[in-house]
Design a protein around this ligand. Structure first.
Ligand SMILES: Cc1cc2nc3c(=O)[nH]c(=O)nc-3n(C[C@H](O)[C@H](O)[C@H](O)COP(=O)(O)O)c2cc1C
Length: 445
């Protein structure tokens, strides 16, 4: 039987109101590195396979073409480059893995391949690379672009980006360094190979000026869920990060990924999906429900607008008073923005022809932005029941990524102290780490 894997997303520990919620740190503020080492130690105690960091470099400024709402309410801002934090967390732990996100749309594969090789050394083989295609205008502006690269080209660039990285990671053979004091030979040149990649987006000579890291290459994660995004996952992902919270969409995502994997000549059993979930745990159902109700009012409407507009790359402040979902979808496609997320969910629930009022759109948007509807609130037993149900319905491969904690560190501690013991008691997760590398722990049975 495959066991569930558990990851915890630390992207938004302090934003979207989390910084002031009950159960959040007092006397420490983001980005104090000690907050993160504390989390890593606690998560490792709970056998969490991976701590994960999404990323984006832009401040949400799509809403009304201004970043003020995002800054005022702390919407996805601020965000550090978490790679030095991961290096620090790795020194305080020995088994838990770390997922880092870099944009294949704007960054250069040589830089990213070299950085991740070094981090895999520093962490002794505990790094994953979440390869993202950037669909946000604020990110584009930081790299000198006025608009977005078109959707499918982003994925073509992503696949070439990964191909270059993989060739660089393979460019030096294990055992290249001989360090023979007798002969004075440091390394064997026959084990060090140029790459000479000359493609559509990149020209890279190589080799990487580094020796192979413990994992050889990081675990590769990809999240895009459009047909083109799923084809990219099938091409290279070791594990997929999928939107959770709506089981029929998850079952369909799993089926579409399986089809794409078969078309790419890969075995569907080999690629798990980590479903994004939000959980609120309590010793009793009533306690969990009361905690969940604290979400209400945590984000004012303009913060919701800033959040949704940024994530879709489309300014929802321009919506008319009444509209059909198909019209919004069309406008988004024309703007080369993405429908993934809120709009996709609305269309799945109501159908493309459904009409909506602007007010209703933002009310629903609040529920989406906070994850209110998708949040599973309950005792360890009821939450574990739900996870087991979703895991079985989606092919028992992969597991879950706990996202958008209500407050930190308390939400992580609840998972470690309440949920993990229940899942272990049922044999749904392992008793600890089976191996030393992230590849062994996250991708093993
Ligand atoms: C669960 C999930 C997590 C994502 N994380 C990030 C991220 O951290 N940074 C980012 O720039 N994009 C992120 N993305 C965006 C994807 O890389 C991709 O651009 C987006 O889903 C649109 O692609 P699609 O149309 O194929 O779904 C994420 C997407 C999903 C579904």
């Amino acid at each position: 039987m495959n066991r569930m894997k558990l990851a915890f997303d630390l992207s938004f520990t302090h934003t979207e109101g989390g910084w002031s919620a009950p159960g959040s740190w007092v006397g420490a503020a983001y980005p104090d590195v000690r907050m993160f080492t504390e989390l890593a130690i606690a998560a490792e105690r709970g056998g969490i396979d991976m701590l994960f960091f999404g990323d984006g470099t832009g401040i949400p400024d799509t809403w009304e073409s201004s970043m003020d709402a995002a800054v005022r309410h702390g919407v996805q801002w601020p965000r550090q480059d978490m790679s030095p934090f991961v290096a620090a967390m790795a020194q305080a732990t020995s088994r838990i893995g770390f997922g880092l996100t870099y944009s294949s749309t704007y960054m250069h594969p040589f830089y990213v391949a070299r950085l991740l090789n070094s981090l895999d050394h520093v962490t002794a083989g505990r790094i994953a690379f979440n390869v993202v295609a950037s669909g946000r205008l604020a990110d584009a502006a930081n790299y000198g672009h006025d608009g977005l690269m078109d959707h499918d080209s982003r994925y073509e660039r992503m696949e070439e980006f990964v191909e270059v990285c993989r060739r660089l990671w393979d460019s030096v053979e294990p055992g290249a360094i001989v360090a023979d004091r007798e002969t004075g030979v440091f390394a064997d040149p026959s084990k060090v190979h140029r790459v000479d990649h000359d493609g559509t987006h990149f020209r890279v000579a190589g080799p990487l000026p580094a020796v192979p890291s413990p994992q050889g290459r990081p675990v590769l994660v990809q999240a895009g869920a459009s047909p083109r995004g799923i084809a990219a996952s099938a091409a290279f992902a070791d594990v997929v990060f999928g939107l959770g919270g709506h089981l029929p969409s998850q079952v369909s995502h799993r089926a579409r990924l399986d089809e794409a994997l078969v078309a790419a000549g890969r075995a569907p059993e080999d690629v798990g999906i980590l479903w994004a979930i939000q959980v609120v745990l309590g010793e009793t159902e009533a306690e969990a429900r009361a905690k969940k109700e604290r979400m209400t009012g945590s984000l004012p409407p303009e913060a919701v607008g800033a959040y949704l507009s940024y994530n879709h790359g489309f300014d929802f402040s321009t919506l008319p008073e009444r509209f059909a979902l198909a019209e919004v979808a069309e406008a988004i496609t024309e703007a080369q923005a993405t429908q993934a997320g809120f709009l996709q969910r609305l269309i799945a629930q109501r159908g493309e022809d459904a009409e909506m009022e602007r007010r209703e759109f933002f009310e629903e948007g609040w529920r989406f932005a906070t994850g209110y509807d998708q949040t599973i609130a309950g005792t360890p037993a009821t939450v574990a029941d739900e996870l087991e149900k979703q895991f079985a319905a989606t092919g028992s491969r992969g597991g879950f990524m706990v996202c958008n904690p209500m407050s930190m560190p308390s939400s992580l501690l609840d998972v470690v102290h309440l949920l993990v013991p229940e899942l272990r008691r049922r044999g749904a997760v392992g008793d600890g780490y089976a191996g030393t590398t992230l590849r062994e722990n996250l991708l093993g049975a």
